[in-house]
Every structure is written in C-alpha cells, then in structure tokens.
Design a protein around this ligand. Structure first.
Ligand code: TYD
Length: 194
C-alpha cells in the first residue's frame, strides 16, 4: 500500500509521517518512509532552486519534480512488490497543487500521467498563516499569498472524484499528539489491522 502525506509547507507532514512509520514498524508492519523531493541527484537540483541558489523557469521546475518522481516511482514499485507499506512525505498531489499555481493544471497532470496513484492520501489541512509561523527556513513557496493559492488548489483537487475517493482530510491545527492518533487510526483501519 502506498500512503502519501500532503499539505502546505508547515502543516506537519514530516513530523507525523515519520512517527507513523516508526509506529507501524513497532507494530511489526513492514513499512518504509520516503520523501519528495528525493535525496537523489534530481532532488538535489530541486533543493538548489527551492533555497534560492539557482533560478529556473516554472516549467523546468515542474519537469524536474516529475523526473525526480520517476526515479522515486522505480524505488516505490520495488518496495511495493516486496510487500512494504510505503509512507511518502509528499507525492503527485504536491505537483498538482504547487506547480498548478504557476502553470496550466492540465499540463502538470500530463507530465505526471504515468505516476501510479497512491492508495491513500492523508491531507493535513492548516491555515496558511499558522503554517507560515511554523516553518523555520524560508524557501521559494513560503509566502502567505503562495500558500493560500496552494491550499485552495489542494482543496479543489481533493474534491475531484479521482482524489476524493482516496483522500482523508485531517485538521492539522490541533496538537501533534491528537493529529498523530487520528492519522494512525485512519491508517490502521485502511490496513485492516484494527
Ligand atoms: P521540503 O523542504 O521538503 O518541504 P517540507 O518539508 O516543508 O514539506 O521542500 C519541498 C518543497 O517543494 C515544498 O515547498 C513543496 C515543493 N514541492 C513542489 O512544489 N512540487 C512537488 O511536486 C513536490 C514534491 C514538492
């Protein structure tokens, strides 16, 4: 099973997804945590752009995310075949929500068409002003205006049939423990171990 964590920057994806991975392992479930952008060569170029050390056109950045995802998917397919539950900190929906702000959504969909769909998406929903308070280092998408558009995109995308059937929205404004327990219950139910 492929489980993707999505949400705007500062919504707590990394904290919650790594804790979920540890908890699943503790319960004897073969689980593996991954992230996008990856720590591979294309992911490293992406980070140069996000951190302002390199500038590229929006279309180039969208293609870099798609190329990075291609490498990620090759790894995912191998893990899924081996029977792992994979927890991905960001995946396909990030490209639609983020790059869809700067580019035609249909084009972003097209360049990611080959990517396998996640079985479950945990969308951590948070007010952009709160999210911005939580993020430490400033990156490309860290402005209130940007985060508002990205959140609007997420909320509109997860209403589409392809996504609504596989997405659970979790209120990420509550304390970490409460969010963690909520997400854990959703995932255990999906894995049918409760
Ligand atoms: P990262 O430092 O991993 O953000 P965080 O840990 O806060 O989630 O940087 C990922 C950034 O890249 C984040 O701003 C979202 C953006 N992004 C896209 O724009 N498109 C994508 O397809 C992906 C995977 C990420």
């Amino acid at each position: 099973m492929l489980i993707a964590f999505e949400g705007i920057d500062g919504s707590g994806k990394t904290t919650i997804s790594t804790r979920i991975n540890e908890e699943l392992e503790r319960r004897g479930i073969r689980s593996h945590w991954t992230t996008e952008p990856t720590d591979g060569p294309i992911g490293r170029i992406i980070r140069e752009v996000l951190e302002g050390r390199m500038e590229v056109d929006h279309r180039t950045l969208a293609l870099l995310f798609a190329a990075d995802r291609m490498q990620h998917v090759i790894q995912l397919e191998d893990l899924l075949e081996k029977g792992y539950t994979v927890i991905s900190d960001r995946y396909l929906l990030s490209s639609l929500a983020y790059q869809g702000c700067d580019l035609p959504m249909e084009w972003v969909r097209e360049i990611n068409k080959w990517a396998l769909l996640p079985d479950l998406v945990i969308y951590l929903d948070l007010d952009p002003a709160l999210a911005l308070e939580r993020v430490k280092e400033k990156q490309l998408f860290h402005t209130l205006h940007k985060l508002r558009s990205i959140r609007a995109n997420y909320l509109s995308l997860i209403r589409e049939e392809e996504w609504s059937s596989r997405t659970v929205v979790v209120d990420a404004s509550r304390g970490e423990e409460e969010v963690f327990q909520t997400v854990l219950n959703i995932i255990l139910k999906k894995l049918e171990v409760v």
